[in-house]
Design a protein around this ligand. Structure first.
Ligand code: CAA
Ligand code: FAD
Length: 378
């Protein structure tokens, strides 16, 4: 067992840490204005972060899941919105395209996505299908050489800014989840419209939209995998996605902790730094322990994936724990800041708002428990 990072992993962590300092400059303004970080996404493309796990052969950086979580953790410490844009793009779009796409699909879609020239989105959720993801109402009717796509998707990250969408839809309702397909849909296809941007509690500078499809003609060549593979594709995709969200949650928690620790040494009450009060020390000690536990679970899930071993349970455990820790300790970080924690300049209130979503998307905490329980009782 080796807990030391390799030189390559340290390099990627440091590069992400340096990049995050640039993100920090206007993170409060982007949050307030709900402004998408377009220039930074371009920069992340140049740094290789937008195709970090994709093979070099397809324009990516060819790194492993461990490198991915290290980079995401550093970015999320400062800007959780930018982290989720990167996570959804890499985990939910590029990974599946490389694992299950045809060579033509990879050349046409994966290469520009991995180079950061185009942005991806993953559209599974619907107004009536969130946790119960297989109850898809969006239909992809088989018309011979193409599908006719109709329906509505909800809450789609990168929804307005993406170029390429992986859309889950039902083709054979009589087959239930075995009748579902995933189609590659391009922005601009006739009949595809994007709903208004959601006005959110947190991760405000990532954009979330509904997507509407009315008789959209999607060539058969844009289906990923065999007919009916779509639901399993989505589940496999989410196994990796949950490692990304675990890393995002870990970063949020660690970012809040760093701020709280520094502040506790500066702020004086009753003639001494608040870090001298045992009540504050115990908060810091609990943060240190629980964030490190979240880190170990997240790194282990990434490691398990990198070993080619089954990693669904590990990913769910990491996501569950890291998101709960992020929520709990961002609240504590505000408490340590006192009144200053309640205003925007000190960053911790934003981190608390950003933490909440990590308990909801890519499967709520309840769904992670369901996945873990099914696995251990199998
Ligand atoms: N890998 C491969 N196959 C899997 C699988 C996995 N991890 N999980 C399930 N399957 C397969 C099963 O083996 C089964 O196949 P067979 O019938 O051929 O054996 C099939 O899928 C159906 O499985 P279940 O009976 O377990 O399905 P279910 O209807 O009970 O649902 C669930 C299971 C885990 C609750 C699933 O619906 C789920 O994950 N829900 C949460 C949805 C979610 O996470 N959405 C996230 C949207 S993306 C997002 O949020 C992005 C973002 O914010 C940035
Ligand atoms: P519901 O499924 O209606 O759940 C409501 C409550 O009931 C939750 O507490 C849930 O845990 C609980 N519950 C449901 N079923 C059970 C059960 N069996 N046992 C115990 N408790 C249960 N989706 C995408 O496809 N792509 C995206 O890019 C994307 N990005 C998102 C970004 C944001 C900002 C948000 C808010 C959501 C995003 N989602 C995305 C959707 C997200 O994955 C869903 O919101 C999530 O899976 C929960 O679904 P729901 O909102 O329909 O809640």
């Amino acid at each position: 067992m080796n807990f030391e990072l390799s030189e390559e992993h340290k390099m990627i962590r440091d590069a992400a840490r340096e990049f995050a300092q640039e993100l920090k400059k206007e993170v409060i303004q982007r949050d307030e204005k709900a402004e998408f970080p377009t220039e930074f996404i371009k920069k992340m493309g140049d740094l290789g972060f937008m195709g970090i796990m994709t093979s070099e052969k397809y324009g990516g950086a060819g790194m492993d899941a461990q490198a991915y979580v290290l980079a995401l953790e550093e970015i999320a410490k400062v800007d959780a919105s930018t982290a989720v844009i990167m996570s959804a793009h890499n985990s939910l779009v590029l990974w599946g395209l490389e694992a299950y796409g045809t060579e033509e699909q990879k050349q046409q879609y994966l290469v520009p996505l991995a180079k950061g020239e185009k942005l991806g989105a993953f559209a599974l959720s619907e107004p009536e299908a969130g946790s119960d993801a297989s109850s898809q109402h969006t239909t992809a009717a088989d018309m011979g050489d193409h599908y006719l796509l109709n329906g509505t998707k909800n809450w789609i990250t990168n929804g307005g800014n993406a170029d390429i969408y992986l859309v889950v839809a039902q083709t054979h309702p009589e087959l239930g989840h075995k009748g579902i397909n995933v189609l590659i849909v391009e922005k601009g296809m006739a009949g595809f419209t994007i709903g208004p941007k959601e006005n959110k509690l947190g991760i405000r500078s990532s954009d979330t939209h509904s997507l509407l499809f009315t008789d959209v003609v999607v060539p058969k060549a844009n289906r990923i995998g065999d007919d009916g593979f779509g639901f399993r594709f989505a589940m496999k995709t989410l196994d990796g996605g949950r490692i990304g969200i675990a890393a995002q949650a870990l970063g949020i928690a660690a970012g809040a902790y760093d701020l709280a620790l520094a502040y506790s040494k500066e702020r004086k009450t009753f003639g001494q730094p608040i870090s001298a009060h045992q009540a504050i020390q115990f908060k810091l000690a609990d943060m240190e322990v629980e964030i490190e536990a979240a880190r170990l679970l997240t790194y282990k899930a990434a490691w398990t994936k990198d070993q080619g071993l089954p990693y669904g349970k590990e990913a769910a455990m990491a996501k569950l724990h890291a998101s709960e820790v992020a929520m709990k300790h961002t609240i504590e970080a505000i408490q340590i800041h006192g009144g200053y924690g309640y205003v925007k300049e000190y960053h911790v209130e934003r981190l608390m708002r950003d933490a909440k979503i990590t308990q909801i998307y890519e499967g709520t905490s309840e769904i992670q428990r369901l996945v873990i329980a099914r696995e251990i009782l199998r």
